[in-house]
Structures are given as C-alpha cells and as structure tokens.
Design a protein. Structure first.
Lengths: 315, 246, 322
C-alpha cells in the first residue's frame, strides 16, 4: 500500500499522558489534533507505530484492558437492526455479565438515560439525541472504572447536556474516572479536574485546571472605606464601588494585591475579602495553541490540514 | 467461545431481519412450485430440468446468503458499529468468526429448507426419491461455507460494494480453475492448488447427467472447502488485527 | 510481529493452505475419473447445466419458427447446438437431433457435431457413432469414415444387433472386391457369435426352424441370408473368372476360392442337406430345390416307394424303414 504510506500523517508525536483514577479529565485540542486517535489507541482500535499504552496496568492490545472500560464514540452508530433492549443485552453479554446482573443493569441504565419507554424500539428509529443516550447507557452498563467519551456533548440540547454532565459528575462521586474530549470549553471548565491540550499530535500542556489557569483579575471587599484611603488606592485600582454593606475595590493589576491590602490594613484594621478571577479556559486554550504553533513554525489559521488524521492504513 | 456465539446469534438475528432474505426464499419457492409447468417448457426434459433447477437454486441460495456476510461486516466497519463492539473485551477474531458462524448457520437452514422442498417436489413429480440430491445439497453447503469465508476476507479490508463484487468474482473464477489443472506446467498446477477451486465442489453437471459420484468424493470436497475456509479466515483475522479502525 | 497479530492465525493459515493444496490436487485427480470431460466448456460459475435448459428451450422455440431448413439456417442451428452442448456436453439428444436436422443440408457440420459428442469421455452412446456412420455413408459416400464410426458404435455397451450387421455390410461392400473370403468370414463370425467360433465348433447354435430354413433369431437369419448371397456371388464370379482367365495361377486361386467357400458353407450347414447352387437347406424327400430348381440328392425317403416315412414303417408301401 505504498501510495497510502505517502498520505500518512503523523497523528500523534511522542505523546505521553497519565490520568489519575477518580477524576474527570478533559482532553482538548483543535480539529485534527489527534484526540480521537488517542482515544482509539487506548481502546485498541488503532495500533501505535511506536510506544506502549496501558489501561489500569494492562497493555491496550490485550482485550482484558477493556473489561472495566466504557466507551461512547463520537457520532455513535449502533446495531440499527436491534432493539434498544437487545442491543444492551448484546453489550452485556460481550462484557461477560451474568444474566441477572445484565437484566438489572439494563433497566437501571435505561432509566438513567431516560429511555425506559424505548426498550422495544429499533435503534434505526432513534434520533441523534436518543442515540447519544443509548450510547451512554451501553458505556455505563457494567459500571466501568473508566468511562471514555469522545465529544459526548455534541448534538445535545441544553437539557441533554445538563443530564449528561450530572451523570458524569455522579460517576466521579462513585470514584470512577472519566476521560472525555470536547470542544465545549465552558463545560470542560465546569466539570474537569484536570485537562490536557493537544495540538498537531503533541501535548502542549496538561495538569490540574485550577493550577493551569493564571489569575486574571483581583477584587477586594471591605466593610469601611475612608476618603483618604480611596485617594491612595486610585493608582492601584480600576474602580471602587459601593454595594449594600461593603466596598468593592477592582485592582487594575493582580500584582497590586499585596500593596492594596497593606494600604487598607493600615487605614482600617479590618478583614479584607480577596476574590481572584482566573483566565477563562477558552482564552487559555487559544493562547496555548497559538504559542505552540508559533513555536513549531505553523500558521495559526483554523484547522487547515488538521482534518486529515491518520487513516490507520494497513502497513 | 461465548463471545463468538454472542456475535453469531446477533448476526443470525441481523440476517433474519433482512427483507432481501425473504424475497429470495419466496422467489425460490415460486420456482420450485412451478415445477409442474416444466414439461410444457422443456421439450421432454422436464425431469432433468426439475433436477437441474433445484441444483442451481441450491447454489444461488448459498451464494446470496454468503454474500450477506460481506455486506454485514463492511457496513459495520463503515458505520463504525464495530468500534462500539471492539471497545469492549471482545477479540477481533471472535468478532470475525462470530459473523462467519452466524451467516453459515442461516445459510445451512436455508439450504435444508430448499433441499427438503426439492426432495418432496422431485418425489411428487417423478414418483421416486432422488437421494443423490442430498449429495448436491452437501456440496452446496461446502460451497456456501467457502464463499462466506471469501466474503469475510474481502469485507475485512474493502467497502461493501467492492467486497461483494470480489466475492462474486472469486466464485465465478473458482469454477473455471480446472483448466489450470489440465495444463501440465508447474506454474499452472501451483496456481490451481492455491486458488479457491469451486469446481472441485461442483457436481451439478455430473449428478444431473446421472453419473455416479461417490459420497467419499463429496465428503473430501467438503473437507477441502472447510480447510481452505480456515486458511481464508486466518488470513482475514491477520489482516483485521492489523487494521486501524479509525 | 506486533502484539496485535495473532500467532495462532499465522500457524493455522500456513497449515491449512498446505493441506488444502494437497487436497485440491488429490480431489482433482479423482474428479477426472468420475466427471464428464469434453471439449473446453464455457464456464458459467457452476450454472452451466441450468443455462443449458434455457438454451434448449430457446432452441425449441427457434426450431418451431422454421419452415424447412436452408443451408444458412443449418449453419445457425449448428451454432446453437454447439453452444448448447458446450454448456452440457452430456446432452446426447442435442447431438443426435442436431445432427439429424442439419445432416441433409450440411453433413460435414453434422459430423462435426457428432465428433464433438464422441470426444466426451463419459458419453457412452452407440446411437451417436451409428448416426455418424449413416451420415458419412449416405450423404458423403465415405465408406472408410463410416466404417470407423460403426466400429466405435459396435464397441459401446447395450448396442442392438443391427449395429454390427450394418458395420459388416459396409465392410463387405468396401472389401468384397479385394478379399471376398474375408467378407464371408465376417458374416460367418457374426452369425456364429464371435470370430473363429464356427471353425472351432463352439459358437454354432442349432437352427430352430428346420422347415423354413430360417433361424428364429432375425439377426442370425439375416446373417444367414448374407452368407448365402456372398457365397453364391463368390462362386459365380469365381466360376466366370475360371472360364475367362488364362493365367493358370489365377485360375488355381479362383478354384481355391470356390473350395474355401464350399467348405465354409458346409461348416455353417453342418449336418444339413443344402442346395449346391443357392446353398439353401432342403428337406427330406425333396428332389429339386424349391428356390432355383437345381437337382438335389434326395435323402430320408423309403427305399421302395421313395416317399418320406413318418415312422419305422413306410405309410405308403409298408416297407421297414432302415
């Protein structure tokens, strides 16, 4: 397949990634960054040309690595000729669940995703949202320790997204690990404990979300404000506002915090409430990608060429 | 084995729910039922026509049932249904073999129904039992198993249409490989032994002409089909294991 | 090999391929013995025989549309029969009917079709070479070719007796002038059931109907007729030749020929009294041959009154019959 070799692109370049158990990990990146490829690699659907991957210590090429994993693919497509109940029955059998457990879990997961009434409906008659839901049901059927989702929020209406988010958060409270990729950064920011940003096959940055996002703005709240204190603070602030029972001081730079606090304590020995606002994940994401592209000599046009991912040609 | 049987049963359900299967069976039953018209059409050869029509239908039903596996696997790959299944602890070998077994199972049932129908019709119309039709049925079963294995092989790395076309092409070419055997060159003989020789399983002409073919030869031909199918399935397995399901 | 490549599958692939290669050669060898092999067939993915029925039905329709057969139509028919028999080489009726249909307008095409049939190893038909022999003789006047076909017909199982008789007739016509004694032997062997059977005394069957002089087996009876005719012709021609011939060696040869013929006739009719001219047997008491009036040596009569006694004493004169 020589001609296909010429078309091969490097989908992932020296990717090293480690996800701790019991967290929600958000995997971000522009189109064509290699997120789906990474997920497929973890699930043994794609073979790496180099390197190893493990799920719970089991190499990914061993099917036992997937015994405690649930997966919801992007734009899911399931056995259209089966009914919802039959499809979950099939998944349960493949997951080696015994009959009683299977029966119980099928009804539980259908109830969880709100498809109990559709148990006898053929999957070919499902809408996009229903497919996503049945996909989630089959992913959570055997209460896996790791749930992997590829763009799970795509195509869901606001209610669907809210339900999905609450399900994922509930998985975390049960001690499960959730690993998902998404473009909806606000949801990622809301849910994830850790994130990783991928660009053109390389990990740009990764870690705890709170630690990654720099502080963007600081506000101080005090009960009392003297006029001379206000004058002295003018150079350090962008605005001082009076609300019901307190004064809010908006610092012009986060670095002015200590100086402003010192001034306020000197004027009135009172408690100062400090509020910091971090940079948004969206801003952080764009900044990281642009810096990475510049560093690697790529232009910053959106997703040019990144639509071509590795096709996984037969070597 | 449990996984294999799970996929096998699912495939069986899938094929059973295909409308094309019922259209095929209905057409076949109509042709079989029209046997009493054969004497008007055949110019005195109604007995031979009935027998040969039954033999041809066995081959046709076997071929069309076997082609369903090419459609099924290729469609699963195209629609990415296979990703959902293989993301679970299901081996790729079990998936392929399960698909193969499901189609062979339903093909076997189809052939049994057709064979019983033909035996009854032949007995009714001709007044005696043509038990040698069972030899045809058995060799048709071997052909169906072999064609299914060919379909699995092509479906593991081609889309639906090319997989089906190639399977039919191998079926057609495979019936003419005897010319290679009759040629004495080493290359021809080697090519003959490596190719899928459907001609070795084809006894329609001989049995239809009342030539004696022993059960031993029929059984060995079917054994050949099963062994060759194993080779094809192993090759399909190797290719499928190396295939990236992107 | 990557961890994802199943080693077991590789092993099975190699083993299964090797075994299937061996099996395919063995089975192909056995098939050659059991299955009909004719000229290069059209391969229609195993549906040859079924398609031959379709072709047959279409041929019937075409034949029904013809009013008489011209030479061009004969050629078209030949093409259609060729295609039909390519699909089903064992369809003996197609060869026969095709050959008969076009035999008059196009005897060579007809023989071509029948030759094709004879190349099919499992098609053991006596009718096909018999028909070929008939066409070769009657349409092409090719006796040698006709004899070759009839010899093939004679070798087929379950052929009727007239096949052999037709063959011998042709051989007799073809060889009489060169070797009439050989022709006589051919008929004698046919009559007695095998080559040399009469001379060894093993094959001769007694004649059933002594009154009529005919054997109740029609073939043997016909053979006997031929023996007589050929014998008569040999003797007549030889006697005429003796009168006309001046060469003493040739004369001797002709006399020897007459002697051989008479000897053979006597062996055929051993124990019977036969007319010395037409070689037909005659009954007790007859003095002249009923067929040609030749004076006969009477036998089985009463020594006194010359009537034919029916018991130990003569019914006419009462003399004792010795």
């Amino acid at each position: 397949m020589g001609w296909r070799n010429k078309l091969r692109l490097l989908a992932l370049d020296d990717l090293t990634l480690q996800v701790k158990p019991g967290i929600i990990f958000g995997f971000l990146g522009p189109n064509g960054a290699g997120k789906s490829t990474t997920i497929k690699l973890l699930l043994g659907l794609v073979t790496p040309t180099k390197g190893t991957a493990f799920l719970s210590g089991v190499p990914v090429y061993d099917k036992r690595s997937r015994e405690r994993v649930g997966f919801l693919p992007e734009d899911p497509s399931f056995c259209a000729y089966l009914r919802a109940g039959e499809f979950l029955e099939l998944c349960g059998k493949v997951l080696h669940m015994d009959r009683a457990t299977r029966k119980k879990r099928i009804s539980e997961t259908l109830e969880m995703v709100g498809l109990t009434a559709k148990v006898k409906t053929k999957i070919s008659e499902f809408s996009r949202g229903m497919l996503q839901r049945i996909g989630l049901a089959q992913a959570l059927l055997n209460q896996p320790d790791l749930v992997v989702l590829d763009e799970p929020l795509n195509g869901l209406d606001p209610y669907g997204r809210k339900e999905l988010k609450s399900i994922l958060l509930s998985q975390k409270t049960q001690g499960k690990t959730v690993f998902f990729s998404s473009h909806i950064l606000s949801d990622v920011e809301e849910m994830c404990d850790e994130v990783g940003i991928l660009n053109r096959g390389r990990m740009v940055v990764g870690g705890r979300l709170k630690g990654l996002l720099p502080t963007k703005a600081v506000t101080l709240q005090v009960q009392e404000m003297k006029p001379e204190t206000m004058t002295r603070l003018e150079a350090l602030t962008s605005a001082i506002t009076r609300e019901h029972h307190h004064w809010t001081i908006h610092l012009s730079e986060p670095s002015h915090k200590n100086e402003a606090c010192a001034l306020l304590r000197e004027a009135n020995n009172q408690s100062i409430e400090v509020q910091t606002r971090a940079e948004s994940l969206e801003d952080f994401f764009f900044r990281q990608i642009e810096e990475n592209n510049r560093h690697r000599g790529f232009s910053n046009t959106s997703a040019v060429g990144s639509a071509i991912e590795s096709t996984g040609a037969i070597p | 084995m449990y996984d294999l049987m799970t996929i096998c049963k699912t495939t069986y359900t899938r094929v059973l729910r295909m409308r094309s299967l019922y259209v095929l069976l209905a057409s076949v039953l109509v042709l079989v039922g029209a046997a009493h018209l054969y004497d008007e059409l055949s110019g005195g050869r109604e007995k031979e026509l009935m027998y040969d029509t039954g033999a041809a239908l066995l081959s046709l039903v076997g071929l069309l049932t076997a082609l369903m596996v090419a459609f099924d696997i290729a469609r699963d790959l195209r629609e990415k249904v296979v990703m959902t299944l293989l993301s679970k602890p299901l081996g790729r070998s079990q998936y392929l073999l399960g698909k193969f077994s499901g189609v062979v199972w339903i093909g076997t049932i189809n052939l049994i129904i057709l064979t019983l129908g033909m035996l009854l019709i032949l007995y009714w119309e001709q007044g005696f039992a043509r038990w040698d039709f069972l030899k045809l049925a058995f060799s048709a079963w071997g052909t169906m198993v072999l064609t299914t294995a060919v379909g699995v092989l092509f479906a593991s790395f081609f889309a639906e249409l090319p997989a089906v076309i190639l399977t039919v092409a191998v079926y057609a070419i495979g019936h003419g490989t005897e010319v290679l055997y009759q040629n004495n060159s080493i290359f021809s003989q080697l090519l003959f032994s490596v190719m899928a020789n459907y001609g070795l399983l084809d006894f329609k002409d001989a049995l239809g002409s009342n030539l004696y073919i022993s059960w031993k030869l029929i059984v060995w031909s079917v054994v050949y089909a099963l062994v060759y199918s194993s080779a094809l399935l192993s090759l399909a397995n190797i290719i499928f294991h190396r295939r990236d399901l992107a | 090999m990557s961890p994802s490549t199943p080693k077991f599958a590789v092993v099975v692939l190699i083993l299964a391929l090797v075994v299937s290669m061996m099996l395919s050669m063995r089975i192909a060898q056995r098939r050659v013995v059991c299955v009909a092999h004719g000229p290069q067939n059209i391969v229609r993915a195993g549906f040859n025989k079924f398609l031959s029925h379709i072709a047959w039905m279409r041929l019937i329709q075409y034949r029904g549309s013809l009013h008489g057969i011209t030479e061009q139509e004969a050629r078209v028919l030949k093409g259609k029969y060729d295609s039909l028999t390519d699909l089903d080489p064992m369809f003996d009726r197609a060869y026969e009917e095709g050959a008969l249909e076009i035999g008059w307008q196009s005897p060579n095409d007809s023989l071509d079709l029948l030759d094709k049939a004879q190349r099919v190893d499992k098609l053991k038909s006596w009718r096909i070479p018999l028909l070929a022999g008939f066409i070769a003789k009657n349409r092409l006047n090719d006796s040698s070719r006709a004899i070759a076909y009839l010899k093939k017909a004679d070798q087929q199982p379950n052929r009727p007796g007239y096949v052999k008789r037709f063959l011998i007739s042709l051989q007799a016509q073809h060889d009489f002038d060169n070797d009439p004694i050989k022709v006589l032997h051919l008929w004698v062997d046919y009559y007695s059931g095998g080559a040399g059977q009469l001379l060894t005394g093993h094959g001769r069957m007694p004649m059933r109907d002594m009154e009529s002089g005919f054997d109740s087996d029609p073939e043997r009876s016909l053979a006997l007729n031929h023996i007589r005719r050929v014998s008569t012709k040999i003797i007549e021609q030889s006697q005429k030749g003796i009168l006309e011939e001046r060469n003493p060696e040739r004369k001797k040869m002709l006399r020897d020929r007459i002697d051989q013929t008479e000897k053979i006739i006597r062996q055929v009719y051993a124990g019977r009294h036969i007319c010395p001219q037409c070689f037909r047997p005659y009954n007790a008491g007859e003095e002249f041959c009923v067929h040609d009036g030749k004076k006969l040596a009477a036998y089985g009569t009463c020594a006194k009154c010359k009537s034919v006694p029916r018991g130990p004493f003569c019914q006419k004169c009462g003399a004792k019959n010795d």
